[in-house]
Design a protein around this ligand. Structure first.
Ligand code: FES
Length: 611
């Protein structure tokens, strides 16, 4: 066994020889970001060897790391097997999950209407004259003859009643008895809303009596080490039942750690948490439930379930009240999941009369258009570029990520999260960079970086000098070696710009197809609601400049925060909202883009800047 220490967290783990550093980091609880499931293809899982293995770079490292990075000791974690005591440094370990946690708008205005209630009872005691069974006695006192009960709870009922001399509190969720507590415990009724994102897990602890959000926490989805996108996760899960179980367990374990943290933060005991509502994209919902998502990756992309599911927390292994209930909100389609249902709830798209578009750009990009009494939804494979995947120095919004780019007085200005040296560029920075370079004339509308030798006169010298020839064509130096954490230039490549064009082209084309289906034009759209943490941080002007969003006046484009998570909170707080959610699969018309000729045509047309 070998000891591996990860810096700066000082996390130490002992692993058998042959374990690679990517797996070791996950075991140590400080997972390194990787987008290709450890195949050596994405170049994202960079760590710096401080002590230990100094072998020659592998072929994948020579391809994925710059000469400066290699010289400074950077390696790809998935390519390095631990073969002795090792100390490795992880960059940008503190990610910006908390960008998701501050956003609770719609949930704060919902009238509480919890499905869980507590009723304190003093039951009459049985006697020879009154031989009513324990359960019937409870049902009669509650005036609920239909009350159902879990067998394990029924088994514990006789003891629970007699220990407290028949003075108990019944906890009921709809028509189901979920706990019998000693004495009068009425008052503390709590629930959890989970937003299971491909990249980030978010948990909110809510007082169901008042509807108050007591605390929110977020964590990186630990399935990340098996690939950043849903298709990689589906591929991994489909390899064997054990892999599927492992993916499920990773999420459950992390959610349980989050629940423990929320409990410690608020003083709410985990056995006072009686209910949870879950949203996620369809793949994440399948994996959360341990359901093989294989068929989601194959046409016609059929999910195993669509309607909402109600389950026992104990069956899922969630660390809340052992008889608590978990509701997974419904899916719309294979690639439009309950997270989109959450967005619709939080933005009231199912109750609006004015044509309105909601765009949720996460690891996937989902679009929902409400117009003329209809709700249309589609999904585009747009997200990975905005999450940093497929971008040479792309990374998620985390410490060290360039999040904003401007050109003032012919000079490039960068804003880096955490005020640190730049380690990569996140989605908002990418959009800003493209918009700024487009405006400066360094990028042509076709997306091509201009040739500094032949187009020299058109550009200020300070910008022109940043364009150079790289292995894959021209590239633009966003930050030179002195400004970066790796000690090598951080560049935006021609390939990166192409990825951005593909992503924004897909969103733009999806939007146009939805408009056509609804029989309206972009001028008819009253507002565009940007859901997701990403929507909160992108600059609307930059998104408009590159054609990522429809050309509407900027004041009509409104960030709405983490609407998916907000919708989960709303459905947890209010039974009426939950009923709205349950009705949505029938109301929402799913528009499958993959087979539509008009989507392909719009997509081609939308590739150019601004499109
Ligand atoms: S290169 Fe290591 S995870 Fe992709």
């Amino acid at each position: 066994m070998h000891k591996v220490t990860f810096l700066p967290q000082q996390k130490v783990i002992t692993v058998p020889p042959g374990t690679n550093l990517l797996a070791a980091s996950a075991l140590a609880g400080v997972p390194v970001e990787g987008n290709c499931g450890g195949k050596g293809a994405c170049g994202k899982c960079k760590v710096r060897i401080v002590e230990g293995d100094r072998k020659e770079p592998t072929a994948a490292e020579s391809k994925g790391l710059s000469a400066d990075e290699l010289a400074n000791g950077w390696v790809l974690a998935c390519q390095r097997e631990v073969c002795g005591c090792t100390v490795a440094e992880i960059q940008a370990a503190r990610d910006a999950c908390n960008r998701k946690t501050t956003l609770h708008r719609a949930a704060s205005v919902i009238e509480p209407e919890p499905s869980v209630e507590k009723i304190a009872l003093k039951l009459s005691r049985p006697s020879i004259e009154d031989q009513t069974s324990d359960l019937e006695r409870l049902r009669q006192a509650l005036s609920r003859q239909e009350l159902s009960v879990n067998l394990k709870l029924l088994a514990a009922l006789p003891g629970a009643l007699r220990r407290r001399r028949f003075a108990v509190t019944a906890v009921i969720s709809d028509q189901q008895l979920i706990a019998v507590e000693p004495g009068d415990s009425s008052g503390g009724i709590f629930g959890l809303a989970f937003d299971i994102g491909t990249t980030t897990l978010m948990s909110s602890l809510i007082d169901l009596s008042s509807g108050a959000v007591l605390a929110v926490t977020a964590a990186t989805n630990p399935q990340n080490v098996f690939g950043s996108d849903v298709v990689s996760r589906i591929t991994h899960a489909s390899k064997s039942p054990e892999y599927l179980t492992a993916l499920q367990q990773k999420v459950i374990e992390t959610l349980n750690i989050m629940i423990a943290g929320l409990s410690a933060q608020t003083g709410v005991r985990t056995d006072e948490i009686y209910e949870a509502v879950v949203v996620g994209n369809t793949t994440m919902s399948h994996l959360f439930l341990g359901i093989d998502p294989a068929h989601l990756a194959l046409a016609p992309f059929i999910p195993a379930f669509q309607k909402a599911l109600e389950l026992d927390a104990a069956d899922l292994g969630l660390a809340m009240n052992r008889f608590g209930r978990v509701t997974v909100l419904p899916n719309i389609a294979g690639y439009v999941g309950s997270d989109t249902v959450g967005v619709i709830l939080a933005t009231d798209l199912d109750r609006r009369s004015d044509p309105c578009l909601a765009v949720d750009i996460g690891t996937n990009g989902e679009l929902v258009l409400a117009a003329n009494g209809r709700i249309l939804a589609c999904s585009t494979a747009a997200g990975p570029a905005f999450e940093g995947a497929q971008i040479r120095y792309g990374m998620r919004a985390a410490d060290g990520a360039i999040e904003a780019v401007d050109i003032y007085n012919d000079d490039l200005k960068l804003q880096v999260i955490g005020g640190l040296k730049a380690h990569g560029i996140c989605g908002s920075g990418l959009i800003d960079a493209a918009a700024a370079l487009l405006k400066a004339g360094a990028i042509e509308p076709s997306g091509r970086l201009v040739n500094p030798e032949t187009d020299a006169l058109k550009l200020p010298a300070s910008i022109r000098q940043r364009i150079r020839r790289g292995a894959g064509g021209f590239e633009f130096i966003l930050a030179d070696a002195s400004q970066t954490s790796t000690g090598s230039d951080l560049v935006l490549t021609q390939g990166d710009l192409r990825e951005l064009q593909l992503a924004k082209g897909a969103i733009c084309a999806g939007f146009k197809v939805l408009l056509r289906e609804a029989g309206i034009t972009s001028e008819d759209v009253e507002c565009v609601l940007l859901a997701g943490a990403f929507g909160n941080y992108i600059r609307v002007e930059s998104a408009l400049a590159i054609g990522l969003l429809p050309a509407l006046p900027p004041e009509k484009i409104i960030p709405v925060g983490n609407a998916a998570g907000d919708g989960a909170c709303m459905a947890l707080i209010s039974k009426s909202v939950r009923r709205r959610a349950f009705a949505l699969p029938k109301r929402v018309e799913h528009v499958e883009l993959s087979t539509r000729q008009d989507f392909q045509e719009e997509f081609i047309n939308a590739l150019a800047f601004p499109g």
